[in-house]
Design a protein around this ligand. Structure first.
Ligand code: BV8
Ligand code: ZN
Length: 241
């Protein structure tokens, strides 16, 4: 259960740590103007995930799914990392072993300069061929339909992990390794409802890590945390510097 520790106590622990792992969700990008999934302005308010973020939806109506991703690409093209993303880049330079696991597909951690990064749900600025499975960066704000593979002419899909799809083995291996070796796990801006990311707090805790939550609201994982801070990521995360 959360105890009387202040954010300055956590800052001291972080600066003394050998290994720190961070798990982020849509909340860290909210301060960059990127809508979250389940909040009041959430993406899922207007859309139903199973209608769009699933292989079945893409098989049924690839054009509709691409229209949704084109809309999100257009929205994201104007967004920049905020003070929370930037603070994590500073921490990465200070702490011997630092790893960021993000559920976000917006690319803002990489844009801020984070090096040690696992984008476990993929990246909206990458496309994957449904035929030859080649993965390429693509920053076109709007892909004309049907987007076709330069390599084999196959239909391209977003390189994003949809519901019911497995996460990439390499991303899972990197994530579990980072969760098992860290002294501290910082969990920033996630509602803790999507698996397997929602189980990462328990994985780290089972390996003796000190687990800290920074979020606008309490989550189902809050009771697992050693300490939980409620507030905006762009205000809380820089306090760790
Ligand atoms: C898999 C791609 C295994 C789309 C996404 C029943 C029980 C347990 C599991 C399941 C189940 N039924 C189904 C499952 C599995 C399913 C799942 O977990 N479903 C949930 C909904 C129950 N998971 C999967 O399918 C995963 N795959 O398990 O494969 C498998 C095994 C065998 C065979 C096949 C497969 C795949 C999961 C990935 C799904 N893809 N996105 C897209 O993005 O286009 S998930 C989607 O949700 C996003 O990626 C997002 O990252 C993710 C999590 O959301 P959050 O990041 O947490 O965002 P959210 O809006 O929810 O919360 C934001 C938080 O920030 C809030 O708490 C808010 O208070 C806070 N906040 C807001 N502003 C701020 C802030 N905090 C700080 N500062 C602020 N300013
Ligand atoms: Zn191809």
């Amino acid at each position: 259960m959360p105890n009387g520790l202040t954010i300055l106590d956590v800052r001291d622990r972080v600066h003394q740590a050998q290994s720190v792992t961070v798990l982020t969700g849509a909340g860290i990008s909210a301060d960059s103007g990127v809508p979250t999934f389940r909040g009041a302005d959430g993406l899922w308010k207007n859309f139903r995930p199973e209608e769009l973020a699933s292989p079945e939806a893409f098989a049924r109506d690839p054009q509709l799914v691409w229209e949704w991703y084109n809309w999100r690409r257009e929205l994201l093209a104007t967004k920049r990392p905020n003070a929370a993303h930037e603070a994590l880049v500073q921490l990465e330079r200070l702490i011997p072993d630092f790893w960021v696991i993000t559920q976000n597909v917006d690319g803002l951690h990489a844009a801020a300069g984070t090096q040690n990064l696992s984008e476990i749900h993929g990246n909206i600025w990458k496309v994957r061929c449904t035929q030859c499975h080649s993965i390429r960066p693509n920053h076109d704000v709007h892909l004309p339909f049907p987007p076709s593979c330069a390599n084999c002419g196959g239909l391209l899909r977003p390189h994003i992990v949809w519901f019911g799809e497995s996460l990439a083995t390499e991303d899972l291996e990197q994530s579990y390794a980072a969760l098992q070796r860290c002294d501290i796990l910082l969990i920033i801006g996630t509602s803790g409802v999507v698996y397997p990311a929602a189980s990462f707090a328990s994985v780290a805790k089972d390996h003796g890590a000190f687990v800290v939550e920074m979020n606008m609201e309490a989550t189902p994982n809050s009771s697992v945390m050693d300490v939980a801070f409620q507030g905006r990521a762009k205000e809380l995360v820089p306090l760790l510097l």
